[in-house]
Design a protein around this ligand. Structure first.
Ligand code: PLP
Length: 510
């Protein structure tokens, strides 16, 4: 990847004192960047700009000053990361890790085009969206072009949580209803309003489910209520939502919204069966509610063929509200809610202004535009399809070899490996999954385990992930699983045929 090469000082800025100042501050920023680049040549030296403290001191300061509920990856042996580029992260000793989980660094960590866009706009202006500025409208125009025509009105926020909170407000204002249907194991953000609709969270804590929240079963055809052997899992899961609506109506309640990730991430990399969302949308609309698609994790081309994951369900499915975040700013805090003109007008009819100090500021918008440009210019959707297919193929070969692998599911660069103790019973292999991710870390591959049983290895790397990376990751996994299975005596000569079709391909989307 080429290094960052910012333009000449003050280029493109208006002349005059302010511009002169912008140029001076800009050159300071450039010096800082140049220093950083030089320091990268000497990994391991704390004298570089990468590290202020020894790892031990960093840990001690973190324990003292950072809230204990803010967890680190690999808590038993945390990693200190000081820089990153593309799909690689580097620790304080200069050791390189292959990043298989960071869907925020969507176009690659520290992508030079994104860094340059931020730097150039920061030299020029950053302010709130109450002033007219071209970046916000250009970004909104470009973003809308990726969505179905009806989704054309944007509200910018700083995080996925803010976006989902606002989506709930839009939905509730639109029809005057209050209740929300959410999926089991869902996570939609850390604000109080979202913990309330996130079983992933409220089931773990002491919170109880609020009466306006209704939890529908996750449409998980591997471990859920209706599985791949069911004649119509999409219909059966959608009927559960219909039943919830009827029960709510019988007790005098009214549905404002159904919210779901287009593919459930924290819930265990779950891909809803084809046709499920259409049926749910029909029932929810009939009840006077709206459909909110949470694309915070899975949007911006991760599934390859489509820019948005909900688009896998076909052109006849269009959500009323889409929320997005993480990959949008490639690490810069930037998120958005997109909705229809009708819902936006209902929201403004309350007379209350929506103002967000940082949402859609010129720097965030410039960064967002750079991310869109890179997705296009580097054909990252094509890459997600190619590398994702290759990786899925390699993983299915592993499934044929290892009893610990119960299921491989995924699309593009969003893949889950469901580890089981028993292939028939599908008993989650939670401890084994934890062991595997620590062993992968020793082999300098970063993976995480999630899902309700924390047994699903999640793969959602930066979109510049290559076939070589995929092969390397799978080779390491193969070695580790072989050792683990030998230790527990689980290795079987023939688990399933290598020709066993991938469930994902057969039952769901192609
Ligand atoms: C599906 C989903 N929605 C919303 C959020 C909240 O986003 P943020 O952490 O940016 O507030 C997350 C965060 O992990 C998420 O996974």
């Amino acid at each position: 990847m080429p290094p960052v090469t910012p333009d000449a000082p003050g280029e493109g800025t208006p002349r005059g004192t302010a511009a002169g100042k912008a140029g001076r501050w800009g050159s300071l920023a450039r010096q800082a960047l140049a220093g950083e680049r030089e320091s990268r040549g000497a990994p391991g030296s704390r004298a570089t700009m990468c590290e202020l403290y020894s790892k031990q001191d960093t840990l001690a300061l973190r324990r003292k000053h950072i809230g204990p509920s803010c967890k680190v990856f690999f808590a038993a042996d945390p990693i200190k990361i000081v820089r990153a580029q593309g799909q690689y992260m580097f620790d304080e000793r200069g050791e390189q890790y292959l990043d298989c989980i960071n869907n925020v660094a969507h176009v690659g960590h520290c992508h030079p085009e994104v860094v340059t866009a931020a730097l150039k706009q920061m030299e020029l202006l950053n302010t709130n969206s109450r002033f007219l500025h071209d970046n916000i409208v250009e970004y909104a125009r470009r973003l809308s072009a990726t969505l179905p025509e009806t989704l054309s009105v944007c509200y910018f926020t700083n995080s996925g949580s803010e976006a989902n909170d606002l989506a709930l407000r839009l939905a509730r204002q639109f029809r005057g209803h209050q209740d929300v249907i959410t999926l089991d194991h869902a996570y939609h953000g850390h604000l109080s309003s979202l913990i309330e609709i996130s079983p992933y969270k409220f089931r773990k804590g002491k919170d109880v489910k609020k009466e306006f929240v209704h939890v529908a079963p996750t449409p998980d055809t591997y471990r859920g209520k209706y599985r791949e052997d069911h004649a119509d899992p999409a219909g059966a899961y959608a009927d559960e939502v219909k039943k919830i609506i009827e029960e709510a109506h019988n007790s005098g309640r009214k549905i404002a919204a159904f919210i779901a990730e287009s593919m459930q991430s924290c819930g265990g990399q779950i891909i809803p069966p084809a046709g499920y969302f259409q049926k749910v949308a029909e029932y929810v609309h009939r009840a006077g509610g709206v459909f909110i698609a949470d694309e915070v994790q899975v949007g911006f081309g991760r599934v390859g063929k489509h820019f948005w994951s909900f688009q896998m369900h076909g052109e006849d499915f269009v959500p009323d509200i889409v929320t997005m975040g993480k990959p949008m700013g490639n690490g810069h805090p930037m998120a958005c809610v997109v909705t229809t003109k009708e819902i936006a007008e209902a929201f403004s009819s309350s007379g209350m202004e929506y103002f967000n100090t940082y949402g859609g500021n010129p720097v965030s918008s410039a960064i967002g535009l750079a991310v869109l440009n890179v997705i296009e210019s580097e054909d990252l959707q094509g890459n997600a399809t190619r590398v994702g297919d290759y990786l899925t193929e390699l993983l299915n070969k592993q499934k044929a070899k290892h009893t610990l692998i119960g299921d491989i599911r995924g699309i593009g660069l969003f893949i889950g490996i469901d580890l089981v103790k028993d292939q028939q019973k599908r008993t989650p292999a939670t401890d084994e999954a934890q062991h595997v991710i620590y062993k992968m870390k020793e082999k300098q591959v970063l993976l995480s385990a999630d899902g309700p049983h924390r047994n699903v290895l999640k793969i959602k790397p930066p979109m510049c992930f290559t076939e070589e990376d995929a092969k390397f990751m799978v080779d390491q996994l193969d070695e580790i699983l072989t050792v683990v299975e030998e230790a527990i005596g689980a290795r079987s000569e023939s688990v399933t045929s290598e020709n066993t079709p991938c469930r994902t391909k057969n039952c769901f989307f192609t």
